[in-house]
Every structure is written in C-alpha cells, then in structure tokens.
Design a protein around this ligand. Structure first.
Ligand SMILES: [Zn+2]
Length: 353
C-alpha cells in the first residue's frame, strides 16, 4: 500500500498506541511468564534455553542475543518483512502466525576446552572485583559474609573482562557460551563489536574439586533488574556438587539459596530450577541422605515431592520454617539458621534416622 511519508509516521504512532508489546507477544504465541514487573519468554529470534526475551511496556529486549525493538520491529522480524509492511499488518489487524516465531530447539552440549578456558578466565577476572563497592553492598544486604563469598569463589563482572578475553584470544569461545554477545541490529545483520551481558552482575561459579570454574551464573546486584539470573548457554550443572564431601547433601533451588546454605555451613547443592533430569538424579546417588530444602511456595513443595519420589529412601523433605519463603530468606531472619537446622533434624527423625 502506498502512503506518503507523513502518513507512515501517523500510522506508526497510531499502531504504537493501539498495540502493547504484551498484546503482540501473546498474539504470536510466546509462552509468557511474569518476572517481577515485566514479562519474559524464550526468545523467538535465537535458540534460547530459558526466558531471555523481556517484554516491557514500551518494547522488547533479549538478554541472550541483544535483539531490541518495539512492536513494529517485532512484527517485521517475526514475519521477515520490512517495517512498512509490518505497519500495514498491524494496522490491518492481520497478526499472529505463531509458526513464524517458534524458537529453534535449545542445544544441550558439553563445552569445548576453549570454552572452558573462557569461563575460567572470565571467572578469575570477576573474582578480583568481589570487594568492589557494588557487590559488597549487595552481599551485605543479603547477609552473606564476605569471607564466605570469597571462599565460594563469588565475583563481580566489572568492565575489563571482555578486554581480558580478547587479549587471550578467547572471544569466539566466549561468544559461543554466552559470556559475550554479538551486537545485532533489529534487521539481523551482525555488527563488529560485542557486548557483555553479565556486566554489573554478581558472579556465582560452579567449581570443580580442583578449583576450576566450569559454569557460572550472574545475579543482578539489586532487586529490581530483570532477569534476576543470567546463565551461560551451557547445560546447567548441579551447582556445588563437586565440592560436597561426605554422605549428606542439602538440596536447594536457586544460586542465592545455595550461597546462603553454604554460609550456614550446610553441604549445599543447587538444582537451579524445579525440574531435575534423570542424569542429575543419578549423580545424587552417592549420598546416603539428601535433604530437600525447596522454596515454601506450592511450586517448590511440588518439586520437592517429585524429586523425593525419584530419590527414594535417601530423600528427606524439610519444610522451610514459617515466616521465610526460601533458604536465602532464612539467612536474613532472626535465628534463621538455628530454625533451619532444627527443622532438618526434626525431618530426619520423622524419617527414622
Ligand atoms: Zn534473543
């Protein structure tokens, strides 16, 4: 349809007024989840294993591939048409071809030696910034002692990590695992530079017994930034599994619960999500006793029951003591540690030793 220049501008304004990004995301069949005050889905524009694609009141942003735009950009990218055609589609109400935006299947693969080297270098660089003001303030607010954070290998992604990766020739490997991301324009062409998605985040690594980092997650250093956690595009481990010795493990859900549980002296391992695959369950078989300290909400308790069934006799479900929603919360609560330890003993006795 031919329109004069100002006609396009008016139409665009009208379309932006008529359609919210949430509307458009729903019409395109994105599986949306509420994340705080915004919505998130798996990104329709890159292979995405987790909800990296955020829907804001005025547009979209993907923390995975860096795609960014408004509803017109979205329709243009999803339908693979120009913005004028996208405007016409929106104005005419001809929306929603879900097949056009089905995300490709996520890939699950083991990292290469180079990729592991990139993770290690990034982690080592981040560790040096743990005592910077921002991470220190965050840890203090969460009740995590600095020496515990140091012992667990926590760090902070400050400017300079990319430079270090570049100097060591690890940029390609870093891009492959999501430590760095290429900038992409909404039209999809690649620009020469990359960006650092983990910048400004507290880094929590998964360490081997030998003290090498093979995976990491980035926690937002405040309680406002979404997503709260940013992960690498590598399979999630059982966080902390290698550094637990002895016959008992305390299973928690999130990375911060894990840090809190370790701060309380527990042999903590984090599942990093409610769903725990068969392979991971097998790797928990070496423990005689596995305490399940999952979130107090219904989803957490359901996950604990499912996992307990899979783990059999060794599983002990521990209800989170009243007044707290998870283990991280208990670290801040008055007498929280004592209450949790007593709840664990009570659950153990109930189970019969
Ligand atoms: Zn994306």
């Amino acid at each position: 349809m031919a329109r004069p220049g100002s006609g396009w501008r008016d139409l665009k304004e009208e379309v932006l007024r008529l359609y919210s990004p949430l509307d458009v995301a729903q019409r395109y069949g994105l599986e949306l989840r509420r994340m705080g005050r915004v919505w998130a889905a798996r990104c329709p524009f890159h292979p995405d294993t987790r909800p990296s694609f955020f829907v804001y009141p005025d547009g979209f942003h993907c923390f995975g591939c860096g795609w960014h735009g408004n509803v017109v950009d979205f329709v243009a990218a999803a339908e693979q048409v120009g913005w004028r055609e996208a405007l016409d589609l929106l104005a005419g109400g001809h929306l929603g071809a879900p097949k056009a935006v089905r995300p490709p299947a996520p890939e699950e693969r083991a990292p290469t030696a180079e990729e592991l080297a990139a993770v290690q270098v990034a982690w080592e660089t981040c560790r040096r910034h743990l005592r910077d003001r921002r991470p220190r303030e965050y840890l203090t607010r969460r009740g995590i002692p600095l020496d515990v954070a140091e012992e667990l290998g926590l760090g902070y992604w400050a400017p300079g990590v990319a430079t270090r990766l570049e100097a060591l020739g690890l940029v390609e490997a870093a891009l492959a695992v999501g430590l760095l991301r290429r900038r992409r324009s909404p039209m999809g062409e690649e620009l020469p530079r990359y960006w650092e998605p983990f910048r400004g985040r507290v880094i929590i690594p998964d360490l081997t017994r030998g003290g090498q980092a093979r995976w990491l997650t980035g926690r937002a250093a405040d309680d406002v930034t979404e997503p709260k956690y940013l992960n690498l595009s590598l399979p999630k481990p059982l966080l902390g599994l290698d550094t637990v010795e002895g016959e008992e493990a305390a299973l928690v859900e999130g990375p911060l619960d894990w840090v809190a549980a370790r701060a309380m002296g527990l042999p903590a391992v984090a599942t990093l999500g409610a769903h725990v695959g068969r392979l991971k369950i097998t790797s928990l078989a070496r423990f005689r006793r596995v305490f399940l300290l999952f979130d107090a909400d219904e989803a957490g308790q359901q996950a604990a029951r499912d996992l307990a069934k899979a783990l059999g006799r060794r599983a002990v479900i521990v209800p989170i003591p009243k007044g707290a929603k998870d283990v991280a919360d208990l670290l801040l609560a008055q007498g929280g540690k004592g209450r949790l330890l007593r709840a664990m003993e009570a659950a153990r006795e109930k189970k019969g030793g």
